[in-house]
Design a protein. Structure first.
Ligand SMILES: [Mn+2]
Length: 576
């Protein structure tokens, strides 16, 4: 629980991690206590940020100014931002005494304990920098695109003062992120420590040998999407996708808590008493909470509306979710407030939501295997469902291809329909049997079920290059209508053929999933005879979809249309 006077003194950013449990102010926030010492932290942080502020013109860059005070987390945070400045690097930031201590790691972190990565100490950054993802204008300090590559929590491995450890030139610490975990050390390079000739101190970032270390294998930097928004650097640069989606700030996992000083360990969360409606045995709290506020002609949809919708269409929907990790977009305060993009387990989450551990990944993913799981997810305000596209139960094996036809704002919808039909014809020529659905937005999805089995040797790499090749052919044949590289500037008047959903951890919105947009549109599965001039995706909403689904019975033979991707790949090769 927050101490009340801290809330009045500072403009506190909403931090879901604060809600679950209570951690006493301990190291490294010893100044954050009940005796009103907060202004000391604030004053110290302000002084530390003067260099940060001097380097930037906040009338030009969208980076946070650091003048809004952000409360230190109960548990210190870390973030790694991939930064395509004049030279690509990864900025490691550790929260210490009200600011982010920062290092530019030129080659990025490595999971191999034999790698020693140069980490150049840079100026302290404000705590709200941890939520910054976007593009710093060219010509400005650090001009280039910034991605929230990883984030989570960290703790010093030796009890005591991390600021002091940093002054001495060696900090051993544990981190719990989505991509990085376990034990690390930052050690200042000797020559710099002794001669102290440079303002910029050079450090080495080294992985300790533990369960998370990897001696061989692909560099961890190959995992190349934002943990906050799921976007690639290219998509961020193009301003595509959900720029405001924030990563869930999960409570620190057990391993990290075990390495942290006792004072940092969390107490058990206070459980709210059951209240409100019960459906399929699941208690729905705040049933009348408006998740989609009334806007325009729409009357708004409450949490219980969402629950009833999922209860009704869930049995149909679940066939496309079962056995596949599923990311959730949660909007606890409604779709116009803060959004949380959640891939992994959260403490206190219903056990009706499955957790799956995927080989090679340490943190289990959330997965929805039953209608009850869907309703339990709705209870925590999950409004969008984005499953992987693997064969159920086989995360490494492609189970379907999803093509996202994404038109520029100035493209007529009829052109999208035409493109969808062209792609259908191309896939059919290769022996595949595609389906179509709306996205709930401006585009259409073409989905083609695959019969590939785990031993066919068709992995995601091959599936992705197949999808890319099909889109590339289409774009080469009509360069004035289609493109396969997402850049806002180039897209004008054209349709972006997004084949990037076809990768192991990539997701696409599930058929019948609602969208966090005004009026609660859904991603509606269609029969091909509906995909023609006059189709209006806006008419498929949480209100209308259940009856339309019963009437039109789309995707009825989905299960019988699974086709062999290996054969399609061979056919494509012969046609080239
Ligand atoms: Mn940087």
């Amino acid at each position: 629980m927050l101490i009340s006077h801290t809330q009045t003194r500072l403009s506190v950013k909403r931090d879901p991690a604060v809600q679950g449990s209570d951690i006493d102010a301990g190291q490294p926030h010893r100044l954050w206590n009940r005796r009103g010492a907060i202004p000391v932290v604030v004053a110290m942080a302000a002084r530390k940020l003067s260099l940060y502020q001097a380097k930037r013109d906040f009338t030009i860059t969208a980076e946070p100014s650091g003048r809004t005070q952000v409360k230190p987390a109960r548990y210190p945070r870390f973030v790694i931002q991939k930064h395509a400045a004049s030279r690509l690097h990864y900025d490691l930031r550790l929260e210490v005494d009200g600011v982010f201590k920062s290092w530019a790691v030129t080659k990025g972190p490595s999971l191999s304990p034999s790698d020693r990565r140069l980490a150049v100490e840079v100026e302290d950054h404000p705590l709200d920098y941890g939520d910054f993802e976007g593009t710093i204008p060219q010509g400005e300090y650090g001009g280039g695109t910034v991605m929230i590559w990883d984030r989570g929590f960290w703790a010093p491995e030796v009890a005591g003062d991390p600021a002091g450890a940093l002054r001495k030139g060696e900090l051993k610490f544990a981190i719990a992120g989505e991509k990085l975990n376990g034990s690390w050390v930052l050690v200042r390079m000797r020559q710099d420590r002794e001669r102290n000739r440079s303002n910029r101190n050079n450090w080495l970032l080294i992985k300790h040998r533990d369960a998370y270390a990897r001696d061989n294998g692909d560099p961890v930097t190959e995992e190349d999407r934002s943990v906050a928004s799921g976007r690639t650097m290219e998509e961020i640069a193009a301003g595509k996708g959900p720029s405001e989606v924030r990563a869930e700030q999960a409570v620190p996992p057990e391993e990290l808590a075990a390495t942290a000083p006792a004072k940092l360990k969390s107490r058990t969360a206070l459980r709210s008493k059951p209240q409100g409606n019960v459906l399929r045995g699941i208690v729905i709290s705040n049933p009348d909470k408006l998740l989609w506020p009334a806007e325009g002609k729409s009357t708004g949809y409450s949490k219980i509306d969402l629950v009833h919708y999922l209860d009704e269409v869930g049995p149909w929907m679940i066939e496309h979710l079962k056995g596949r990790p599923c990311s959730l977009i949660r909007t606890p305060d409604g779709i116009n407030a803060e959004r949380f993009f959640q891939r992994h387990a959260m403490r206190g989450m219903s056990n009706l939501i499955s957790l799956v551990t995927v080989e090679g990944d340490h943190k289990p993913y959330t997965q929805i295997d039953s209608v009850e799981g869907l309703i339990a997810a709705a209870q925590i305000a999950a409004v969008e469902y984005h499953p992987w596209n693997n064969q159920p139960g086989h995360p490494q094996t492609p189970g379907r291809l999803v093509f996202d036809l994404d038109p520029a704002p100035d493209v007529e919808f009829d052109a999208v329909i035409e493109a969808t039909r062209e792609l259908k014809a191309r896939l059919e020529k290769l022996g595949l049997e595609p389906f179509c659905k709306t996205t709930g937005g401006k585009g259409l999805h073409v989905v083609t079920p695959l019969s590939v089995r785990a031993n066919d040797g068709v992995d995601w790499k091959k599936a992705k290059s197949f999808a890319q090749a099909v889109c590339l052919q289409m774009a080469s044949d009509s360069p004035d209508r289609y493109l396969i590289v997402m850049t806002k500037k180039l897209r004008k008047g054209r349709i972006y053929l997004d084949y990037l959903r076809n990768d192991r951890t990539a997701t696409a919105v599930a058929p019948l999933s609602p969208r966090a947009r005004a009026g609660a549109p859904v991603s509606m599965p269609l029969n091909w005879n509906q995909v023609k001039a006059g189709l209006d995706p806006q008419r498929f909403t949480m209100r209308t979809a259940p009856a339309l689904l019963r009437k039109s019975k789309p995707w009825q033979d989905y299960g019988e249309r699974e086709r062999d991707l290996k054969e399609a790949i061979e056919k494509l090769a012969r046609s080239q």
